[in-house]
Structures are given as C-alpha cells and as structure tokens.
Design a protein around this ligand. Structure first.
Ligand code: ZN
Length: 243
C-alpha cells in the first residue's frame, strides 16, 4: 500500500490540493495525517471536508485541540492563539466534532502515528536526543510517524549510541528497518525550513520505503484569503519564505 503522509496542513487548502494531486501521481491510495489539520490558515472547513473525501485518518494536534475547545490557548504564542481563536469561531459544528474526535495516537500494523511525541502527544517537539529517547521508549511498533516541528526528518534508533537524525533528500526514497525509526514527512501548510513549497511523503508499507516530496502551490491565493479573513500579517508573510 502506498500511503500519503500529510502533516500540519494548517487550514491551507491550496497547499493540500497541490499535495493531493502530486501524491495521486505517486500512486497514493491511502491518506494518513499527523495532526494540526487546522490553525493559522484560512480554510479549516474545506480542508476537513477534503480529508473526508479522501477517507484520510489521522491524529489530533495542538491546533486541532484548541479549535475544538479540548484545550485552551494559554500555551500558544500570541499569533498562534489569535489564529486558533479565529478558527474556533469560524468552523462548523461537524468540523468541531471531527477535530474533537481525533485520537491522540493511532497504530496501523508496524506504524504508530502521533502529532508531537508518544510522551506528550500534542505538545512535545522531537528536537533533542532526550525527547527522542523518551519517545522511542514508548514506541511499541517498529516505526512511528510524527509531525509538529514542520521539518522533514528521519530518526533512526541506534542502541547504545546517539540516535541518527537526518534531513531526507527531496525525491529520494529512504529505506526503513531493521532498526526502529521515527519519520516526519514535513509540513503541508506552513513549512519552516526555508523552503516555502509544501511537503509530503509517500510510505510504501510493503517495501518499507519513504519517499520525501516538495510541491509548489499557489501561496498568494492562501495569503489573499488570510488577509480577507483578518488573520495576523506575520502568519501571512511567513508562507512566502517558509519560516
Ligand atoms: Zn503545526
């Protein structure tokens, strides 16, 4: 099965549609998202609708939890909080129900999915050796897939040695196993690695490969909708630079 891995879509419909079209060309037949479906961007209901059409399954991110009223925005930075409150006021009741029902983690065969980390599913960033080790200690499957940092990354466990964390090359398939690993496909709707193009990855569950992709999308269209919605200017301008 070829599964498209989509993380941190952040209500960016133009980015999602570009990714979906490209992933279909890559032969994707299943769709897993890693949370933060909403927040920051202008199209929360349309993005949730699209995921429904695709039959996507996924987990809850911190922005999803805030928009659904599962958590408050006290732990958000001011701009993220403003966007989260906008989203909470904007979304339909079915969208709110969808977000509130997202699980904190999901297991499909050899793959565990979580937004942040297994220790702290919606908040923890896997950015330090310590955090990654705590995550691997709780990982009961061979592989895990995460989002939240907005950076594509492959982390391989090396017993007795520091983990091996690598930024994957675009367009190149990474072979998984036999060591346990954690994969972040990067961010669909608000990349932060200096490249504004949308990220996704294609997981081949039989070959155990992950192919990392970048696709351009109509950034100006999303920015225009954000301006119309009155979303904070720094969230609009950062899309152009991928920061
Ligand atoms: Zn995010």
């Amino acid at each position: 099965m070829r599964v498209a891995l989509l993380s941190d879509i952040h209500s960016n419909l133009a980015a999602l549609d570009a990714v979906v079209a490209a992933a279909k060309e890559d032969g994707a037949t299943a769709w897993w998202h890693l949370g933060d479906v909403v927040g920051y961007g202008p199209d929360p209901d349309a993005v949730i609708e699209r995921l429904g059409e695709l039959g996507a399954s996924g987990v809850m991110g911190n922005h999803d939890a805030a928009a659904a009223g599962v958590i408050d925005t006290s732990d958000f930075n001011p701009l993220a909080a403003e966007a989260a409150l906008w989203t909470a006021a904007e979304i339909s009741t079915p969208s709110r129900d969808y977000l509130a029902a997202l699980p904190l983690q999901q297991v499909d065969g050899a793959f565990t999915r979580v937004h942040g980390s297994l220790r702290d599913p919606i908040w923890e960033y896997l950015r330090t050796e310590k955090a990654v080790r705590a995550h691997f200690a709780l990982q009961e499957t061979a592989f895990s897939i995460v989002g939240h940092t907005h950076f594509p990354l492959v982390i391989v466990e090396q017993p007795g040695r520091p983990v091996d964390a690598r930024v994957p090359d675009e367009g190149k398939a990474v072979k998984l196993g036999p060591a346990r690993a954690c994969v972040n496909p990067g961010c669909v709707g608000q990349p932060r690695d200096g490249d504004p193009r949308a990220c996704y990855a294609i997981l081949d569950t039989e070959a155990l490969t992950v192919l990392f992709r970048r696709v351009p999308y109509d950034i100006a269209a999303t920015q225009e909708k954000m301006r119309t919605a009155g979303l904070p200017e720094p969230l609009i301008s950062r899309l152009s630079v991928g920061r």
